[in-house]
Design a protein. Structure first.
Length: 148
């Protein structure tokens, strides 16, 4: 069900914005797609209500492209603390409205994968990386966090 909803969201956003699918066969929407922040889930994931067209909104989880945050439910206390700091850092950066860019499907958990820029043009992922709250992630093997 979740993958069907994700696919439907991507198709609707693609139709709304009018961008073709990427050459790789994955749908990529350059955006921006405006969304309302519902909540920050963790240091690299948020729940938003995206508005693909007037009068319609879709709630979806968005994972920030290019980063990996420590897990909130890790066995190791140091990792859980680092995860809380990453989540809090992301919360401080975002306002109630976010603009999603370079949107695609995520291969796990039915999330949307996207870039988010701050009003001053800086990448949210880059700011979190520079602060040391998250690690770089390209979709391959996950980086090690404390206690791993």
């Amino acid at each position: 069900m979740r993958s069907t909803s994700l696919y439907a969201l991507l198709l609707l956003l693609a139709a709304f914005i009018g961008h073709p699918a990427a050459a790789s066969g994955d749908h990529l929407i350059s955006g921006p797609v405006e969304a309302k922040l519902i909540r920050v889930v963790d240091g690299d994931t948020l729940l938003v209500s995206a508005a693909p067209w007037p009068g319609h909104s879709i709630e979806t989880y968005v994972r920030l492209r290019g980063i990996d945050a420590p897990e909130l439910h890790a066995k190791c206390e140091a990792t859980r603390l680092a995860a809380q700091q990453a989540r809090d850092g992301l919360s401080r950066l975002l306002t109630t409205k976010v603009s999603l860019l370079a949107i695609s499907g995520d291969k796990y958990y039915g999330r949307v994968l996207a870039d988010i820029r701050l009003e001053d043009g800086r990448s949210v992922a880059d700011v979190l990386l520079a602060s040391g709250l998250v690690k770089s992630y390209d979709g391959g093997r996950k980086p090690l966090h404390p206690c791993n």
